[in-house]
Structures are given as structure tokens and as C-alpha cells.
Design a protein around this ligand. Sequence first.
Ligand code: BES
Ligand code: MN
Ligand code: ZN
Length: 508
Amino acid sequence: MKDQQISINISSGAIEKWRGSGLAIAVYDDGKAQKAVAQCGDTIAKEVQRLLKDGWIAGKAGETLLIPTPANSGVAAQRVLLIGMGDPKKVNPEGLRTLGAQLSDACKKHNINSINSLIALDKHNGIKGVDAFEYMAEGVLLGSYKFETYKSKKDSDKDKDKAVKITFACKKNESTNAKKQLSKVEKICRGVALARDLGNQPGNVLNPATLAEQVTKTMEELPVKVSVMSEKALAKKGMNGILAVGQGSGTPPRMIVMEYRNGGDKQPLAVVGKAITFDSGGISIKPSAKMEEMKFDMCGGAAVIGFMQAVAELKLPINVVGIVPTAENIPSSSAQRPGDIIKTGKGIYVEVINTDAEGRLILADALHHAESFDPVAIIDFATLTGACVVALGKHCSGMMGSDDKLLDRLKEAGEECGDRVWPLPLYEGYQEQIKSTVADIKNVGGPGGGTITAGCFLSRFVEDDRPWAHIDIAGTGWDMASSKPHFPKGATGVGVRLLCRYVEKHIV
Ligand code: BES
Ligand code: MN
Ligand code: ZN
């Protein structure tokens, strides 16, 4: 949940009138303060300069220094918070998001309950004030997320009397725009928070049935039509990929389909997300180290759900179909076995070599189902392969697909929003690796190029001429060791902002 104790406001009024308990001013590591410090008058500007010169603060990114407001400065705020922005030539959107989260953390730490920030009054490294504001607000909201459902003593209770109101000063002619941006960012970050909430739920609470129920409930108030395909409906469509994966579990699989139509007769965009509510590996059981993290194996689905909520709240003039195949991969006497051969919904026969390569089996049926909506493009998100974590680590997701224009656009959207993606090739040779002796294809492609052969497998279930992108978020979907202030430990909600950015630029 987003921490209700933080609120963001915009003001274009005169600085002298600012009462609040604090005033935030940015300083750089070149020993200078931001230009707008001049607007606070000589007394403050000189004092800030002195503190920088005497080394009280170096201006390194994230560094903070809190001082009492110099006497007779003419500014009503009681304290001044200096916050480091690092190298002025290296300021970028992600740095500003980080700074936003650091600013709100500093307020909490120092019991500042209302602060006025000058930071978005200046251009920083070519980034306009209003854009800097948008990035910082995003950082504040992303960083204020907390998952405390299962904590008897909640931080947010302790913080009850510590509500923080952050007011960003902005230029008069930018304030209307800033307000619009703030409302947009708030909706997008609510989508991220929903994806994180779902991701963080444990497997004993979130299973295919409860996930479907929760989606239905969440979308009730929104113009999103939800239909849930039961085991029976899946069987009727011959979707044995998803059925086989879930057949060992007491909670049978579901396919959740969300439709948002506000774009007239435009072809919809289809977004698909893997939601294995717990991946034990099945009969090909995983080792126990870190197996608990496999409750996050539904973060692809969570991204799609968070995105659908954001799109609906933003009332975007587009058509989108969100498809979330969900199952629990767990061994029992009814579980699928290595060696089993299944006929997928598309009719392709698959030999199951390893029951732990289950994501591609549920996605096979989901991608095939997405095709029935004749979408302009299909984008899927999945915590699909450990190999992706080996290849790219935690700093970007792996991306593959069939359409260079779509991939280029996603790459660019990722750089801008911070949910970065990096392309991997789907050369023909990799397809050879998933040939089966007894069936059409097998579900593992051998030791080399595990992320790519998984992508090759998926490619068989989309039409050749359909623009399609597959994003492997195995490394980025969650982070239990995060040190980023705008990414609390746990599910990251990765994918929601990428999709929002992409549709805003290319579909709207
Ligand atoms: N959910 C896992 C992938 C995964 C592993 C994500 C570690 C994040 C961290 C997926 O279902 C899986 O088990 N994949 C196997 C495939 C293999 C058997 C071909 C893997 O990556 O080991
Ligand atoms: Mn698996
Ligand atoms: Zn999995």
C-alpha cells in the first residue's frame, strides 16, 4: 500500500510566505547550490554557500544537511534541508526519482511535517523544472510504498503523527502542467503499488482462485470488464498447457481476462503476464535455497493487472486486453511428470522435459488466447528464466520479439521511465534447440541461451506477422536486497510504468 502519510502539493506563490517546518534546497558536488536559492534572499544564499565552502556538505547525490533557518532571513520556514544532487552534468530522470524518495525519507527522519522544495524551480542538466517535478513526485510516491499487512506493529501506525506534506514550488506558467502531471503520476504509481501488493502476497494467501477474486473486486469500480476462465472453460478450449501446470495443485488454474475499451474501433493492445502463484518446480522440484522467493513468480501477471488499473484510472482513449494465466506449480500424485506430452490450445504438441519450465506452458495458451482479439501488438511479461538473471542481473529486463519497431519503442520507453529492457536475439539457430524427438517441441532448450530458447518457445504461439514482445523480468520483478529508496525490498512493480509510458507515447 502507498503510505497515506505523504502528500504532494504544488505552489507557485512567493517564497517569503512559506510557513512550513522546512525548506529544501538542492546543492551540487561542484560546490554550488541550485540557482533558485537566490529567491530565498541573500541571508540564506550566503549561508548555503558558506556551508558548501566549509565542507559541511559536499553535494554528493543523496547527502543531506539540516540547519536552522538563519535569523532575519525573511523566510518563515524553521529549517533548511540541503540535499545533494551530485554532478550537475549527470542529473537524469532516475536520479531525480531517487532524490524525490530521499527527500521524503529525510523529512520522516528529521520530523519535518511540511516542507517546501525549491528543487523543481531550476532546470537541471537540461531537464525542465516541470519535468524534474514529475520525476521527483514519482520518486516520492514509489518510495512511500510499504507492505505491512502481516506486521502486528506497523511503521505506518508509528508514523501516524508524522504525516509529511511536500510542496514543490514551480514557475507560474508551469503550474497547470505540473498539476496534470501529478495527477497522472499518482495514478501510475497506484498501479505500481497494486502490482507490488499482489507480488508480495505469500502463496498461502494468493492462489489462482484468490488472485482472480481480487482482480474482479479491484476492477469492479473501474470500466474494466473481467472474465475468469475456470478449469472447465480452459478444458473446453483445449488449453492443456495451463491445465497441465496446475494439475498438481489443490487450487486449479484460471485464465483472467480484463478488457478496457475506450478507443472506439481501434484494434486493442494485448498485454499478457505470467502468474504462477508459487513455483516449487513441480516434480522437477527446485532446491530449497530461496525457494520462498518463488511466491514472486506471478509478478508478470501483477504488472498487467496494475497496468490495467492505471489505464482505466487515467481514462486513456485506447483499447487494451489484459490476459493473466495463473496456476500453482506444485508436486502431488496428480502433478504432471517429466516426459508427459501435452496438446496446447493452439494444437502444438509439447514434450515436458522439465516441469520447472512451466511459465512457457501457461503463456503458450495465454498468447494463443490473446491472438483471438486480433491485437495491434502483444506484449508479455514473465519471471521466466533464471538464465536471464545470470545474463543481465537486476538492472534491466531481457527483451525479445518479432517486430523491431515495437522493440525499439519499448527500449526507449524503458530508458525514459526507468523500467529498462535490453534486447536479446531470436536467431533461427536457437529454435533448433527446442525440437523434440517425440512431439513438435519440448519445453527446455538445453544448457545454452536459456532465456532465448524460452523466447523461441513462446514465439511459436504468436502469429508470424503479429508484432510481439516478450519481456523476461526474472531479475527485475523483485529485489530482496534493494538499496534504492524508491524501491522498497520485495516486489518492484516493474512493467507497469514501462507499459504506461509506451501506450502514452505510441498508442494514445
Ligand atoms: N520462475 C522460474 C524462473 C526464475 C528462476 C525466476 C529464478 C527468477 C529466479 C521458472 O519457472 C523456471 O523455473 N525456469 C527454469 C527453466 C529451466 C528448467 C529450463 C530455470 O530458469 O531454471
Ligand atoms: Mn519454474
Ligand atoms: Zn516459474
